[in-house]
Ligand binder design. Structure first.
Ligand code: DX5
Ligand code: ZN
Length: 227
């Protein structure tokens, strides 16, 4: 699978989201951070904004729900047309039913692990999921420093994929920039979320291309030359 670059609109200008989506031409997914001020100490946006964004862009939306009670709220994002809907392991009550419902609603199902959450505790439910989001910062805010100590978790997930024990996209989120993306790619991530690493730059599309080039150069597996 080719590497995926997912700019996070958390660092975009919220008054011009349609333009900000258009500015990341070449991005694979557009990462949308939904925060409820309960699961994390920050409040962002919800379903109405996601619905408007779906109208405004053709880039598949990758919705990262940092909310309490995702069992109640997540499926609506899938039904609205989000491409991937990620819930947090620490918040979901019934992870298997959650994944089944997300897939039934037409989305890919994602499971996210906070830095302190062990991968091994979730291996049994992960066969129901399509994407595994390994947080490389504490969720809640953009612009934080990448946690290199999470690379061991990424490597373990990659090994499970390589050995056929898991079939998930291994996604990293938090502090990804032109420097840190090398380490995440070497550890075996194949989807890279970047907020300030894209929207903190004047040339957003250039930032996406540069991140892709860096990740491809350091990827664990050979990448197609056209990627
Ligand atoms: C943080 C969010 C991230 C955030 C990353 O809780 O999940 O998606 O946008 O921002 P950067 O790339 O600036 O760390
Ligand atoms: Zn995120």
């Amino acid at each position: 699978m080719a590497l995926l670059i997912a700019p996070s609109i958390l660092s975009a200008d919220f008054a011009h989201l349609a333009d900000e989506a258009a500015a990341v031409a070449g991005a694979d997914w557009l990462h949308v951070d939904v925060m409820d001020n309960h699961f994390v100490p920050n409040l962002t946006l919800g379903l109405p904004v996601v619905k408007s964004l779906l109208e405004a862009t053709d880039i598949p939306l990758d919705c990262h729900l940092m909310i309490d009670d995702p069992d109640r709220w997540a499926v609506a994002y899938a039904e609205a047309g989000a491409y991937n809907v990620t819930v947090h392991a620490e918040a979901v009550a019934d992870p298997v039913t959650m994944a089944v419902e997300l897939r039934a609603a037409g989305a890919k199902a994602g499971l996210s692990l906070k830095p302190g959450t062990d991968l091994e505790d979730w291996v049994e439910v992960l066969p129901h999921y399509d994407t595994l989001l390994i947080m490389t910062v504490e969720p809640g805010f953009g612009g934080q420093s990448f946690m290199p100590e999470m690379m061991d978790k990424v490597s373990r997930a990659r090994r499970m994929v390589e050995t056929g024990h898991l079939n998930v996209v291994v996604q990293v989120d938090g502090g990804i920039d032109l420097e840190t993306i090398e380490r995440a790619a070497e550890a075996g991530a194949d989807c890279f979320v970047a907020g300030s690493g894209v929207y903190g730059m004047t040339d957003r599309a250039g930032a996406v291309a540069a991140l892709r080039a860096k990740a491809s150069a350091h990827a664990r597996r050979p990448q197609p030359s056209s990627a």
